[in-house]
Design a protein around this ligand. Sequence first.
Ligand code: PEP
Ligand code: MG
Length: 765
Amino acid sequence: MSVLAKLRQIVQEVSAAEDLESALALTVERIRDTMKTEVCSIYLLDGTTQRYVLRATEGLNKDAVGQVSLSPTEGVVGQVGTRAEPINLEDASTHPAFLYLKSTGEERYHAFLGVPIIHQRTVFGVLVVQQREMRRFDESEEAFMVTISAQLAGVIAHAEATGSINIEPNAKGSSADRPARHFNGVVGSPGVAIGEVRVVSLSADLNGVPDKSIKDIEAELEALDTAVAAVRQEITEIADMLANRLRNEEQALFQVYLRMLDDNALVTEIREKIKAGNWAQGALREVILAHVREFSMMDDAYLRERASDIRDLGRRVLSCLQEGASARIQSYPDNTILVADELSPAMFGLVPEEQLAGMISISGSGTSHAAILARSMGIPTIMGVVDLPHTRIEGRHVIVDGYSGRVFVDPNDDLLNAYSDIVKEERAIAAGLDKLKELPAETVDGHRMPLWVNTGLTADVERSLERGAEGIGLYRTEIPFMIRDFFPSEHEQTETYRRQLELFAPKTVTMRTLDIGGDKALSYFPIEEENPFLGWRGIRVTLDHPEIFLVQVRAMLRASEGLNNLRIMLPMVTSVHEVEAALRQIDQAYNELCEEGLDIRKPPVGIMIEVPAAVYQIGRFASLIDFISVGSNDLTQYLLAVDRNNPRVAGLYASYHPSVLLALQHIAHEAQRVNKQVSICGEMAADPGGALLLMAMGYDVLSMNANNLPKVKLAIRSVSYKDALTLLGRVMRMSDTDEIHAALRSALQESGLTQLTRPELPGEH
Ligand code: PEP
Ligand code: MG
């Protein structure tokens, strides 16, 4: 096997390990074998003592594991950690930092190669190989160690973080004694929620299925049998149907599937897991994924391929089990914290709104669309909690800290009390804000700042009116498309749009044409791409599918008959010719409806500025369009080249990056020069500090989620326009995002708006 293949195999095996201990034990064993050396050990930095503790070894005395440790200033291991680079020595005992660790038996070994294990810029361990012979490890050995350490760092860090959940959920004794365990993610929607976890998974997503303990074993066994029988039937039917059209090898595949089901081994294994107390779906996941791992590690390419067959078969059984389960009524606790591998808008409706306290998504980030919707519904949400072992936390009590992006599992009483106080404070602030509804959004020196809302669900409209919104700046039409099983008809779309227009009339409703692609997928129109955010999304899709675009525009126009409060907005515009093509189709739709005899007014049409290319062409777009709206969520991602969904770079996604502010200011100036109304409908408008800056830049309308509107109104009513201009002047001279954040926070505090800044959280000062 090539070195690369070995490396891949080691990483796969370690990734599949059950817990940290077995991951570390496997790592040292495999590396020692592969490098044909005598010793391989791992030292991990203990967060409390700040010492490198020997956590696994092959070759040294195993009794020393967990017993011996070094400070970062001690020994060559400490040096590797402190310098964050490899140290390769012919004879470690001659190194000035050498410290002999008694009880390890390492005195016999001379050659030493240590490499740091670094995850997210932090050294958290050291990987060491040693040998009796006095020699330097050669370059290829050093390269191998550096490579494997870099690849395993994430895996080990993940195992270490998730491993901490294994504590008994209801440990005896005073809960105040228990340390608070937390997992980090990024803020999806601010606020605090305390509640009980319910894990949901996308249909037929094996990885997302949680473990659940059961009482009625017989019922689960029966559910399994029914599902297996249904799949057997389904496969037989497909095989029969395709019998004439398939070649022999392809037909054989169906036979393989049937054999896997008939050969009782697989089903028996699942039954055993059910008898041990897991529900059928969890038992299925355990067994299928274990086999998938086994097969994918095989040397033989044919056998490796079988892994995907087993996974496919597992998915089919799961989907039958899920159908059966959804027929039974699912009950949710009053304070449900919804947890999903990948939170999607379709999941929001699973829990009745009054019972949904908070949400957690393992993937995604603060500008994922699930997070945007969560904000509009005002549900505290954390995204990208990559280390949270979501399949193992069903029913656990958690605190969702939607200010710092932390999730606490099984919190102790002290923490619960501290967070309950914050929840109470938040309620009091919200009650105070309610009073603002009838008051205008006007600065103390009389500058009016129209505040509009972003909507998607019909429920948003009522919420928006309750909060005193003056118009809809962005209706995300793709949301009604996302919560269905196929494209809605023109008639259905007309009804949906009519509701938005009617409820808001005579106020303006800005409807964005279908903006799918990127992270917004329609299950019935899959777009699979390597780089979805740079691919086929927004207007690029709809221009390629006039049948979809025309139907949508016609539905919008029909819905507006007699109300005349519609505006149409085009997303993801990059070039002038796209706008021209879209306008031609809008004209066509309009003419068709006029021919039908409808009496409709031609609506204003505008574009979104979301792509850097559009920022510099406002003058050219001007003669074609009626208004401009900035989608700062996408504009930020494209200006900074940071995927808005990727938790790994979430820290780099900075809405207040100086270049983003410069672009926003440039857009406002250009729009004024060409005399077009300019609004902003990205999330920045929903942040009280951001809203003040945008007002000072000259934006005509701020459009935001309904939930934040009262806060933004309060901020605007508490400052003078003159002060906002001064603040903008100061901020535009700053070149550091953190400095800008600090300036905004202190500006809010100086205006007596401490309640609009983040509360002080437990553990922070
Ligand atoms: C934006 O990109 O800022 C925007 C408002 O559109 P969306 O978030 O729906 O992509
Ligand atoms: Mg966008």
